[in-house]
Design a protein around this ligand. Structure first.
Ligand SMILES: Nc1ncnc2c1ncn2[C@@H]1O[C@H](COP(=O)(O)OP(=O)(O)OP(=O)(O)O)[C@@H](O)[C@H]1O
Length: 289
């Protein structure tokens, strides 16, 4: 679905083949043995992770366990001290300019709090990645940005508004529209529903699921939101003890015997959920585990 003629084809293609798991599924992100330290403090140690094409993967864990650090390390914004991270089969940190560009064209990022440019309108914010990576006429950029506004369920009159004129939910949607600006294969979302009321958060989850289903979008979502984990995520990874403690579908989380995982997924806020429209899981009340 990439707009034709927007970037020289040779610059948009990766030189390496796609990575696949044992079952043949394409793996968009593969981390092996990743260690990240800040000074004497080790945040992540020998961490392994796979995120596959077309799945919504949720990342959860106690505050300060390194969820944002892992996200930033995958994006090349933090240095790691050991290990490898492949994105679309490319070792992004050590890749040549052409492969880095090709990777950047295929991912979109929604940072916590939206992080829109306050001096730009919604339309101009959505066009920032287009200006950076593509060569398009102003008219075509306007048309594409307006398509993204539709895609995320914003009214067209939001196009000319500044972030200060938007509600929290509209800011999240505008930031998502910007993350989708280049028609990415994967979006990284850092706490996308934080600060939204429950209805706004549920609507946002619904939107993410629709994008996965209609565009085949993969989603890497850091969240504390139980509803998002229960309703939107195909798989969940729990970060703890400097690594991925456990990963799998919600049913795996509910069965996993670890104090934090038990208290989180069976705690006071856990409830009867319908996961992915496929199964009904009855969680035990009041931390009964
Ligand atoms: N640039 C940095 N320099 C030094 N320490 C850092 C840096 N970035 C993060 N840290 C530390 O790494 C640890 C993990 O932080 P991180 O923000 O990844 O946690 P988190 O799991 O996302 O937490 P939360 O759920 O509260 O958002 C924290 O102790 C934080 O202080």
């Amino acid at each position: 679905m990439h707009a034709e003629g927007t970037i020289p084809v040779e610059n948009a293609r990766l030189s390496s083949a796609a990575t696949r798991d044992e079952s043949g599924k394409e793996v968009f992100i593969r981390a092996r043995g990743v260690t990240v330290r800040f000074g004497a403090k080790t945040i992540l140690e020998n961490l392994d992770l796979d995120v596959r094409r077309g799945e919504i993967m949720g990342f959860v864990g106690p505050s300060g366990t390194g969820k944002s650090v892992l996200l930033r390390t995958i994006l090349g914004l933090n240095q790691k001290q050991a290990g490898t991270i492949e994105v679309f089969g490319v070792d992004y940190e050590n890749a040549n300019d052409r492969d880095r560009l090709a990777v950047e064209r295929r991912w979109g990022v929604l940072f916590q709090h939206g992080a829109l440019f306050s001096s730009l309108t919604v339309l101009e914010n959505i066009q920032v990645p287009m200006r950076e990576y593509l060569r398009l006429s102003p008219k075509l950029m306007d048309e594409l940005a307006r398509l993204k506004i539709d895609l995320v369920g914003l009214a067209q009159d939001a196009a000319d508004k500044y972030p200060s004129e938007l509600s929290g939910g509209m800011i999240k949607r505008a930031a998502l529209a910007r993350a989708l600006s280049l028609d990415p294969d994967i979006v990284f979302l850092d706490e996308p529903t934080s600060g939204l009321d429950p209805i706004g958060a549920a609507d946002f989850d619904e939107l993410i699921m629709t994008l996965r289903d209609t565009l085949g979008l993969s989603v890497y979502m850091v969240t504390h939101d139980l509803d998002s984990l229960f309703q939107a995520c195909d798989r969940i990874a729990v970060l703890g003890d400097r690594k991925v403690l456990v990963e799998g579908p919600l049913s795996t989380m509910l069965e996993y015997d670890h104090p934090w995982v038990k208290s989180y997924f069976h705690g006071k806020r856990a409830r009867t959920v319908v996961h992915n429209g496929k199964s009904v899981v009855q969680s035990k009340p009041n931390g009964a585990g």
